[in-house]
Ligand binder design. Structure first.
Ligand SMILES: O=C(O)CNC(=O)[C@H](CS)NC(=O)CCC(=O)C(=O)O
Length: 292
């Protein structure tokens, strides 16, 4: 395998329940289905192991990375199937008081190649009363992560991260050809923003975007948007799910990254610029790292 070879990427769409065991069963079945359809790389959604109602219930079922049964089982599965298995995220115990939302890229030998802790916490209040305080339970990561696959470099992110384009530009500038956004988007924000955000990240970086999603009404009464997506560097949607769990695949040609970037070289046109308010004077000048 080399960077000029095509491969098959699969998005596993899930409807994760309250407990790790049935979620593992659901994930395993879908991953096997993806491999039966020819997948070389499989991505599962954010919190593939469980979606809990409240802090008490969450912490009752959280395991540390060392003890987590899902991670153990998925490592064995990757080795058995000889694939790159990317578990979009697992809710894990980081300390007695804090959880962590951690993504795991597992190699065909069953070893963890890279992991990433979600940086941006989803702390928002929607107009209909739906409210999230991810930071109340989870400790955020502080490091962006890239890793090398046989077909090119991959950047790891999770869900709400997708709203912070500087992260994706940094990953692309660090050599990523593939950006991953395993998610559990709300139905409401997903309807309004999901496709636009993911296609924009692909277009502005010239990367493939892989986004495996949670979908439907969960046991914890949360409704997620679904619509797992694979987006090409030019912005086309190559595969898309609906609301139901399932497997969505596409053939990935890494050469498309270079083609898109040659056509629109915006990634090379990043400039440092300053933002000034001419009326406010020089002390109000902010230097911003950004793209012109
Ligand atoms: O808490 C869990 O059980 C699983 N984690 C999530 O669902 C996370 C944090 S609450 N969801 C998001 O980040 C949604 C982002 C989103 O919907 C948006 O950016 O619009």
């Amino acid at each position: 395998m080399s960077a000029d070879q095509t491969f098959t990427a699969a998005m596993v769409q899930m409807r994760t329940g309250l407990l790790p065991e049935p979620s593992l069963e659901q994930g395993t079945k879908l991953i096997r289905e993806a491999v039966a359809q020819g997948a070389d790389y499989v991505l599962t959604p954010e919190v593939s192991n469980m979606m809990q109602l409240n802090r008490k219930a969450l912490f009752e079922h959280l395991a540390s990375e060392e003890d987590d049964l899902s991670l153990k089982a998925y490592r064995a599965l990757a080795a058995e199937l000889k694939i790159h298995l990317h578990i979009g995220s697992l809710a894990l115990r980081a300390s007695p008081e804090r959880a962590v939302n951690r993504s795991f890229l597992i190699g065909p030998d069953g070893n963890v190649i890279a992991c990433y802790d979600k940086i941006h916490m989803f702390d928002i209040d929607l107009p209909d009363g739906e409210s999230y305080r991810e930071s109340a339970n989870y400790q955020p990561g502080e490091t962006a992560v890239i890793s090398d696959l046989p077909w090119g470099r991959i950047g790891l992110t999770i869900c709400y991260d997708v709203r912070f384009p500087a992260l994706y530009r940094a990953l692309a500038e660090s050599g990523a050809s593939f950006l991953t956004v395993p998610s559990a988007f709300t139905r409401k924000t997903g309807e309004a923003h999901w496709h636009v955000l993911l296609r924009a990240r692909a277009i502005e970086t010239g990367c493939f975007v892989f986004a495996a999603a949670q979908g439907g009404m969960h046991e914890n009464k949360r409704e997620t948007f679904g619509h797992s997506l694979i987006v090409a560097p030019w912005g086309e949607v190559l595969a898309e799910g609906g609301v139901e769990p399932g497997v969505f695949l596409a053939t990935i040609d890494p050469a498309k990254v270079e083609t898109a970037r040659k056509t629109v070289p915006s990634l090379q046109h990043g400039r440092r610029f300053s933002v000034v308010d001419p009326k406010a004077g020089p002390e109000h000048l902010h230097l911003v790292r950004g793209s012109a």
